[in-house]
Ligand binder design. Sequence first.
Ligand code: GLV
Ligand code: MG
Length: 347
Amino acid sequence: MKLPSSFYAPLAIGAPEPLRTLPIRLERMVHFVPPHLEKIRAKIPDLIGQVDVILGNLEDAIPADAKEAARAGFIELAQGNDFGQTGLWTRINALNSPWVLDDLIEIVAAVGNKLDVVMLPKVEGSWDIHYLDQLLAQLEAKHGVEQPIQIHAILETAQGVKNVDSIAQASPRMHGMSLGPADLAASRAMKTTRVGGGHPDYGVLADETEQGGERAFFQQDLWHYTIARMVDACASNGIKPLYGPFADFSDPAACESQFRNAFLQGCLGAWSLHPSQIDIAKTVFSPNADEVAMAKRILEAMPDGTGAAMIDGKMQDDATWKQAKVIVDLAKLVSKKDPERAALYDV
Ligand code: GLV
Ligand code: MG
């Protein structure tokens, strides 16, 4: 076992000190772009003001013959723009692929000081994080990178779900995790052909009644168990859970419902794969103004966070105070980036 005292030691001589607390950043949506397409790269300056995170995707959805162009396109877009408070991430290819080594070597060399997070797909266990952790430290040392580049794992294999706790605590570089429902469905041999969302056949049939008649069928959430496991693993290790992709762009209501279930369960954001999903994510992952108003009343009624208070007939205590604090803190963070919502929240 690695000694606790060496957990925070840099893994290469000259690499930056690992972070002890995560930077506080708004990450309501991680907006995916295919960096090999010039017309997409041309839109980056506009996108920077609209989204919380821009991610250059190098993995699935990028054709094999465009992998090098996507890597070069990512470097170009990273060098050519000032991202300000907007996060810059990349999703590298899987660790067993022919592209990943060059993805890391070339990207850290060229733009290591601009890159916030590397998203690692198909993570199976802590060993994948350890490998990437060591390699990033070597590259950071070689190229004089000043802040450690963080790792965000995709939870998208059955083995990964089984090992989710040890993945979450594998390194101080861990930023968080996203659910990858498409690969996870394949890995589990689920009988679906979708990327996120529910399935009309997955549900509960109401009992038969003496009166007979049609029995109601209630569709259930296929992802509830996995999201709950991911949220517990992340929350207990102080890292961030995000919901991943929802690929049916023709059904914004279903996308919003999937995002909202994840938000209510503890996720802080989701991926946007299409510009129409940016506003859905903003709506869902920014707290509701009525909820913020109620949370402010709870905090005001219990200034030191202890004891009990009655508000509109509902008892409040230390536990509701803590929930209220989560909402008000999030509202403050959103207010810094989003003037429209700042006016609604008044925090
Ligand atoms: C995302 O990568 C997924 O597989 O759902
Ligand atoms: Mg995937």
